[in-house]
Design a protein around this ligand. Sequence first.
Ligand SMILES: O=c1nc2n(C[C@H](O)[C@H](O)[C@H](O)CO)c3cc(O)ccc3cc-2c(=O)[nH]1
Ligand SMILES: C[C@H]1O[C@@H](n2cnc3c(N)ncnc32)[C@H](O)[C@@H]1O
Ligand code: MET
Ligand code: SF4
Length: 364
Amino acid sequence: MGVFPGIEAYDVDVTVDERDVERALAVRPADVAAADELSFARNVFLPLTTACRYTCTYCTYYDPPGQASLLTREEIRETCRQGANAGCTEALFTFGDDPDDRYAEIHAELDELGHESIHDYLREACEIALDEGLLPHSNPGDQTYEEMAAVADVNASLGVMLETTAEVQAHGGPRSKVPGQRLNTIANAGKHGIPFTTGILVGIGETWRDRAESLLAIRELDRRYGHVQEVIVQPVSDNERWHEGSPSTATMRRVVAMARAVLPESVSVQVPPNLMDARDVVDCGIDDLGGVSPVTDDHVNPEYAWPALRELEEVAEHAGVPLAERLPTYERYLNEEWLSERVLAALDAPDDAGERYRTVRAGT
Ligand SMILES: O=c1nc2n(C[C@H](O)[C@H](O)[C@H](O)CO)c3cc(O)ccc3cc-2c(=O)[nH]1
Ligand SMILES: C[C@H]1O[C@@H](n2cnc3c(N)ncnc32)[C@H](O)[C@@H]1O
Ligand code: MET
Ligand code: SF4
């Protein structure tokens, strides 16, 4: 194994043991046990901005400079309100990486809103979500320790997909995601003590060894900080920018089993049920179906509709296990060690939102 690209520049010292890689590569679906419960969260998806400094070749989310937009305060409030009314608990904020980087229009819009940076605005967006009775879970791409500090106390959890520790063509181009920077982002969340969601993107040109190393790198960071709540095993999906296909069912079964075998039991393994038939992997160790929305589209994969609750129930029936709703943040993190007073107050509030959170927690 070589050193992961970029770890020196980002000063994040993560290495994996060759024997662990060999062990992970040997894992097959028959080696892992099925989970005894499947969880999911009800969310609204809020694409705060579609501007991004990168141009990952599989991604239809970003808009080119000049065409990118920013959600307005009113749009955020309205979507959150609809979500709360529909029984959701999570406001999932995403945006492109460093969206202020080369987009004059984003600066101008932020300026009009009275904000200097997108992080300032994300903070306000999270406050709106809390105010409307949803728990913010933001996936804002790579973050420095300081940027994360600006939003840490208004999020119930944060997420960034590691995707892969390998250098792949799909990230190529003049600017590209750097594995070391992703690992550093995950480490930063650990240093802040923020419950974290990450994952790997399968089928973007990585090898089996890269998959094993990526999962082991996540395990290493969780061993240090204990903050990894779930790992998403996400198949890349075909769309108008990506025509190289999605991983086969056999590949997904093996990589999910590898994730389950590599990661500690405390870390959930999730597949997104709109990107593949989750029934195909329920015996390979998944215990979570992620966030699904009764209100909004999956803005990352808009061609892939969310399954209705009934379909999630069918997956659980197929697996012969109960389906359990959860909050965006997993139960073991819902305490003062991990969450700010602000988020804890929202969880315990004597209002409708607090009642909704308590009902979900009581059911799990
Ligand atoms: O924390 C994350 N959640 C992501 N989620 C959401 C995730 O399913 C839930 O928000 C978490 O499980 C928290 O409940 C995605 C959902 C999609 O449909 C497509 C992509 C993602 C990607 C992420 C992600 O990168 N990070
Ligand atoms: C929010 C997350 O969505 C993922 N993402 C971006 N494009 C695709 C695609 N075509 N298929 C699956 N996942 C994708 C990235 O891994 C990102 O981190
Ligand atoms: C559609 S991706 C949104 C989040 C961020 N840009 C990432 O790649 O992780
Ligand atoms: S996946 Fe994220 S980082 Fe890559 S182009 Fe899309 S928005 Fe940007």
